[in-house]
Design a binder for this molecule. Structure first.
Ligand code: UD1
Length: 428
């Protein structure tokens, strides 16, 4: 078993470079399968979800070369084989194989996805979209079986704004006959990133980044090179950590526009945030104000940062209310934060935080990826040692976390506890 040991109480100081976006990477990799030639994806983050995706593609017969921060994917030798449930369950974004394989072969057999447990995460909108394009969809004991004689463009209104459904429909519609119009589409930057890759491959997609996306089907897609956008959630996590520890951190390789809602909220709390072309500097302050936070689809405040910003609000004066409008049950970090001295209660889909807490280190467990991020921020703020378990969740989404935090002056190490009972420590 592995643990993260954090000695808290030191302000983060220095410069950190933000990696490529996880949520783009896990969509771009399956999107590359649609091309009749090799696609090179650059600025890939070194995280577990990317590694698992590379393995999945290899098992399916694709040629995959994965080196440092780039991957070359050639989907030509691919078979639309039945996927083992095991590996697709390891990541949520394996659902993009539905759209990519349906678009490429007119059929797909892929197990239901896994991912963080944030309460119910239905996929009805994905299915509704595939059906509208002419696919028959059946759930055969946890295996989604999709088949279409010919995919045909359609007008699809999404009842809820969904990142996954928007991208999946885009993938399936790229090679469909005629035009597909997605209404009430999600506007996340990762969607624009996927549309950019597909257009570079020869697709005809307009409107990505707005709530109406038009996809004119094309017969053929070819290989290309693509560089992933910076990870706004990783960036936001470091911004919050810098503020919470009352540090002074400059983030490099960011698109400040993608972080507008986070920057605005931090300023409302009293944090100093300075933006330049592709950098953001966060300067922590002694006193912070309580604020309310409501998550909503982009450009609103991201649900993925709701858990980390909760920790910052434990350091503010007054009562803050955080409402998660995307995932009603995304509060499994709260019990652990309470064990560290935070005063938070959950009421329905809101967490009520009484600020001014003195956090102290203790043993805590991450239940999901961003809960893990929140507990790391808490550990950095807390007095004494925090021992964090559940690192498998954090490894899914944060590249070189220990290395980056250490370079900012944090005292963090990863401890491997072997079954022999011997302890071995290392950092990475
Ligand atoms: C993506 C992100 C995740 C982020 C989330 C919301 C990836 C790999 N993951 O997840 O990090 O937290 O967006 O920004 O990109 N919904 C339905 N039916 C559906 C699909 C979604 O009811 O068919 C609901 C969900 O339960 C949720 C809301 O719609 O309440 C938004 O979910 P969605 O945007 O689809 O999230 P993901 O794409 O799974």
């Amino acid at each position: 078993m592995e643990k993260l040991i954090i000695k808290g109480g030191k302000p983060l100081q220095g410069t950190v470079s933000v990696s490529g976006a996880k949520n783009s990477a896990v969509a771009l990799i399956p999107a590359a399968l649609l091309a009749d030639g090799p696609v090179v994806i650059e600025n890939l983050p070194h995280i577990q979800d990317v590694g698992i995706y590379a393995e999945l593609l290899k098992e399916m017969g694709a040629d995959v070369l994965y080196e440092d921060d780039w991957m070359e994917i050639d989907g030509r030798p691919l078979n639309p084989v039945q996927m083992p449930n095991g590996k697709v369950k390891k990541l949520r974004a394996s659902y993009y194989l539905w759209g990519a394989l349906l678009g490429k072969f007119g059929e797909a057999r892929v197990g239901m996805p896994g991912g963080c447990d944030l309460g119910p995460r239905p996929v009805d909108l994905h299915i509704k979209g595939f059906q509208a394009l002419g696919a028959k969809v059946e759930n055969q004991n946890g295996m989604l079986v999709l088949k279409a004689k010919k995919l045909k463009g359609a007008r699809i209104y999404l009842d809820l704004v969904s990142v996954g459904a928007t991208i999946n429909i885009m993938l399936a519609a790229t090679r469909a006959e005629g035009t597909t119009i997605i209404e009430n589409a999600a506007r996340e930057p990762e969607i624009v990133d996927v549309a950019t890759l597909l257009n570079n491959m020869g697709a005809n997609i307009k409107g990505a980044g707005t709530d109406v996306i038009r996809i004119k089907g094309v017969d053929k897609l070819s290989g290309c090179r693509h560089t992933i956008i910076p990870d706004r959630i990783e960036a936001g996590t470091y911004m919050i950590a810098a503020a919470a520890t009352r540090g002074d951190v400059t983030l490099e390789n960011v698109i400040p526009k993608h972080l507008e809602s986070v920057t605005a909220k931090l300023r409302e709390i009293g944090v100093v945030v300075e933006e330049a072309d592709d950098t953001i500097r966060v300067v922590g302050q002694e006193k912070y104000r309580a604020v309310d936070v409501k998550t909503s689809p982009y450009p609103g405040f991201p649900t993925d940062l709701q858990q980390p910003i909760t920790v910052l609000l434990t350091q503010a004066k007054g009562t803050s209310i955080l409402t998660d409008n995307i995932y009603s049950a995304r509060f499994r970090h709260v019990d652990e934060l309470r064990r560290m001295g935070a005063s938070i209660k959950v009421e329905g889909r809101s967490a009520v935080v009484d600020g001014g807490a003195r956090l102290h280190g203790t043993k805590v467990v991450a239940s999901d990826l961003r809960a893990g991020a929140a507990l790391i921020v808490a550990g950095l703020v807390a007095n004494g040692l925090t021992e964090l378990e559940g690192l498998e969740h954090i490894d899914r989404g944060y590249e070189n976390l220990v290395g980056k935090l250490t370079s900012l002056g944090a005292e963090v190490l990863r401890k491997v506890t072997r079954d022999t009972g011997r302890n071995e420590t290392n950092t990475r």
